[in-house]
Design a protein around this ligand. Structure first.
Ligand code: ASP
Length: 407
């Protein structure tokens, strides 16, 4: 059986068994919970371990092969533009559909439960912090924008010293190959890691909470699905060169990993491998667009935020005006840049969106119970968005192997 099938099966088993254990209230104790947490956490750590080296060496290899620095500037600006546009479309779709479906009814808001507010990062600081004041700190903290910045600079400088850099270039290529191989080794254990991650989620959450918040839950799912099929599918269709079905099929590993880990950052190594090796995007584009997307492009998260804003407004009996909707679009698009690709951060950033339209952050307590399952789904959409933009930018730059993606 091939690896994707194994991962898919273990995901299904994890979901079934986890829900069954939850339903029958089996092994509810702390000891069992701790025990099932170990394999999943080991798996996530092994993926996280690879993020910084894979991103650093891929970017250095990619950029040092670009003979023209202007190309790099173009790739950077087109990708950022595309990331912002797709997020804008995502949040707009979310607002349109949630206004039509109108999830949530006015409740007695004194019993919303508790939500402990955490500070969302200030957007200004996200931009200022792109340049690291200490590269070692950037590496140990896995600060993606800073690692990307330093890797690009390193690659460009490697090019500037030309023949003197040949040994370093060779070494970087070899190190890059080593880390890519390491991903394959870790993927071998993926079915077990995925099983335990999914089992734990459904074992601790169960399905009952989903049905209590059914309208909200299914509205988010519907818009995620529409964005995946119509926005990404539409963009790829417009290129008239990429077969959409092949694209989605080849994304299966990245989607499964994103779903199981609920982390775009932890999925970077796998997505980088998929985008380069299966979708045929050249390293000079993929090495840059994939980690950048995992850091600043969160379409799925923006969709959740749009639906959640309407849902919370309805629950509190607040009418949102057109100006409110427009400011939600603006703030959620910008918030997407500051959202780290790890589980649950989308909810913290939602406080920013809610406060923009005068809604209380405590409203988040209404939806927190089912957020993990939605987080898994929106992360899958987030990484698909990164791959879509990578393919489009690569096509525009003539750095896409059309035969490979359509094979
Ligand atoms: N888990 C999401 C991601 O990693 C972020 C979020 O929506 O919380 O892409």
């Amino acid at each position: 059986m091939n690896l994707s099938k194994k991962i898919f099966l273990s995901l299904g088993f994890g979901l079934l068994l986890g829900s069954l254990f939850n339903y029958l209230n089996l092994f509810g104790g702390e000891v069992f919970l701790n025990f099932i947490e170990i394999p999943g956490s080991l798996f996530i750590s092994s993926l996280k371990m690879l993020i910084v080296p894979v991103v650093f060496f891929s970017i250095v290899c990619g950029v040092s092969n670009l003979t023209n620095i202007a190309t790099l500037g173009r790739i950077g600006s087109i990708s950022v533009l595309f990331y912002l546009i797709t997020t804008c479309i995502a949040i707009t779709l979310a607002l349109i559909f949630s206004s039509l479906i109108d999830p949530g009814v006015k409740k007695d808001v004194t019993d919303v439960g508790t939500f402990i507010k955490k500070e969302a990062p200030e957007l200004k600081n996200v931009i200022i912090n792109i340049i690291p004041s200490n590269i070692f700190k950037a590496f140990t903290e896995a600060n993606m924008l800073q690692v990307i910045f330093f890797a690009v600079l390193f690659g460009i400088t490697l090019n500037l010293i030309k023949e003197k850099s040949s040994k370093i270039k060779e070494a970087t290529l070899t190190l890059n190959d080593i880390f890519l191989k390491m991903i394959e080794v870790i993927m071998y254990f993926a079915p077990y890691g995925v099983f335990f991650l999914i089992f734990k989620t459904f074992f601790t959450q169960g399905f009952t909470a989903i049905f209590e918040l059914g309208e909200y839950f299914f509205t988010v799912l519907l818009v995620l699905f529409l964005h995946l099929v119509f926005t990404y599918g539409g963009i790829l269709l417009l290129t008239r060169k990429i077969n959409i079905l092949k694209f989605f099929y080849k994304m299966k590993n990245s989607i499964l990993f994103a779903f199981s880990t609920a982390s775009s950052a932890a999925t970077i190594p796998i997505n980088l491998k998929t985008v380069e090796e299966s979708l045929g995007v050249q390293k000079s584009v993929a090495s840059f667009t994939v980690p950048l997307g995992a850091t600043i492009n969160m379409d799925g998260t923006a969709i959740m935020q749009g639906v959640a804003t309407v849902f919370i407004a309805n629950t509190y009996g607040v009418d949102l005006s057109i100006v409110d909707y427009l400011s939600v679009i603006l703030v959620a698009t910008l918030a997407s840049i500051g959202t780290a690709g790890v589980p649950g951060v989308g909810l913290i950033m939602l406080t920013m969106v809610l406060s923009q339209v005068g809604l209380p952050a405590e409203g988040i307590a209404l939806i927190i119970g089912i957020d993990r399952i939605l987080d898994m789904t929106r992360t899958a959409v987030n990484v698909t968005g990164d791959a879509t933009v990578s393919c489009v930018v690569a096509l525009a730059e003539k750095k896409l192997d059309i035969k490979k993606i359509n094979s």
